[in-house]
Design a protein around this ligand. Structure first.
Ligand SMILES: [Zn+2]
Length: 434
């Protein structure tokens, strides 16, 4: 018997507008009952969790992670990356395709999703939009969709050519999934390693201008408009890791126009600005880069006013030897699965008064909806028993050393966090317990 009873917690389920004390009964990987405290009576179960003083919410969903398998398992494996996810409260993650080889065929997708890879949480994937992410030829969207693709992206690289992005949006609209765009006009960012600004000037580094992000977002929005008008389709553009005021402004206007645009913001873009680069700290090097303080504030505003649909980590592990070299040579990316909730609670909830149900929405319900994960990001009866139980008040210090990830490339080593994950339950199975 694998039944679990969760008693006396504060259930926060934005999809059902619930923020109230509830008891939950989980059976065979599903939620079978949600009742006011005591109403379940005496049920015989294998395990009872006393969630007094704790938040019970649908498990977190991260639609942007790099798990490095196949090909770079010295950085991370599906098993270690998803162990980090579980520790961070995540029950579903979406793996990006820039593995070695690039995930661009049904065979590779199936290999990644195979249970033998040892994923601890529910694993989904977005295959490449173009073969090898080379931007020259679309992958087989229909076949990949049938095999489980939840979207398409060339993440790490933009889909740069207008015609190719146009074709990708049309094919994705037919397959009823989003195109997830890494918005970077690489014609403007060659040889750049941080944000263009006074900090880059001081450090003598070439900086990426904000236009590099904004121009691609603006171009993609124009493509949506064109396709709606001429093809009678309604393509879904998802903008990854938005980092600039100008790009979020373009997205805000596109939403008012009722175009189907969603976007994500990474925790480091609302928690840090370019000053964190300090003395060439390669643990602050990622793409898009940390931006100005004004951009950071605009990201928080977008999360508060709903322009930003969700939080995604862009978890991007790298080995120590790769980050321990000159700033310009070090690879882009930081780990993020175990610090996302602690940063969201500290920066958004405590410092900017974002209510807890909105945090749960940004980290679970909304991302699950963006990639259409049926029965996840929500806790109605008969939905998957994907649950995170956390306390929202404990202050603690994250240390890279304690990470489940294979890599330690985080700028948040020694940083204060708010709120600790106590249990992560994926399809009725406890996959993490503090
Ligand atoms: Zn990216």
């Amino acid at each position: 018997m694998s039944d679990i009873l969760i008693l006396n917690g504060r259930l926060i389920d934005p999809s059902n507008q619930i923020d109230a004390p509830r008891d939950l009964l989980l059976r065979n990987g599903r939620v079978v009952a949600i009742e006011t405290p005591g109403a379940l009576g005496s049920v015989e179960v294998a395990q009872t969790i006393d969630a007094s003083g704790l938040i019970v919410a649908p498990g977190l969903v991260d639609i942007h992670v790099h798990l490095r398998e196949p090909g770079q398992t010295y950085k991370e494996t599906i098993a270690t990356g998803t162990a980090a996810a579980a520790a961070g409260g995540y029950t579903s993650v979406v793996a990006m395709p820039n593995t070695l080889p690039v995930n661009d065929t049904v065979a590779k997708l199936e290999w990644m999703l195979d249970a033998q890879r040892g994923s601890l949480v529910k694993l989904f994937a977005m295959p490449a939009a173009t073969v090898g992410s080379m931007g020259e030829k679309l992958t087989d969207f229909e076949a990949l969709r049938q095999a489980g693709a939840v979207g398409f992206t060339d993440d790490g690289k933009p889909i740069l050519e207008d015609e190719m992005m146009h074709a990708a949006l049309i094919a994705a609209a037919r397959a009823e999934v989003p195109v997830s765009q890494h918005a970077e006009d690489t014609r403007l960012t060659g040889g750049c390693s941080m944000n263009a600004g006074s900090m880059a000037f001081r450090l003598g580094l070439r900086g990426m201008p904000v236009e590099a992000e904004a121009r691609i977002v603006e171009r993609d929005i124009q493509l949506l408009r064109d396709i709606e008008r001429t093809e009678g389709l309604r393509p879904h553009l998802h903008v990854q890791h938005v980092s600039t005021a100008r790009a979020i402004h373009a997205i805000r206007l596109a939403k008012r126009e009722d175009l189907h645009v969603t976007c994500e913001i990474a925790p480091h873009h609302f928690a840090l600005n370019e000053e964190a680069v300090g003395d060439y700290d390669t643990h602050t090097k990622m793409n898009p880069p940390l931006r100005s303080e004004l951009d950071r504030i605009k990201m928080i505003e977008a999360l508060l006013d709903g322009t930003a649909d969700c939080i995604a980590t862009d978890h991007a592990p790298h080995a120590a030897f790769e980050k321990k070299q000159e700033f310009e040579r070090a690879p882009n990316g930081i780990t993020g699965l175990e610090t996302a909730l602690g940063l969201a609670l500290r920066v958004l909830h405590r410092e900017n008064s974002l209510p807890l149900p909105r945090i749960v929405d940004l980290m679970s319900t909304a991302p699950a909806r963006i990639v259409s994960l049926a029965g996840r990001g929500t806790l109605g009866p008969d939905h998957f028993a994907d649950i995170v139980i956390f306390d929202a008040g404990t202050e603690w210090t994250f240390t890279a050393e304690a990470s489940r990830s294979k890599s330690r490339n985080t700028p948040f080593d020694g940083s204060p966090m708010l709120g600790q994950v106590r249990y992560t339950i994926c399809e009725g199975k406890i996959v993490y317990q503090a």
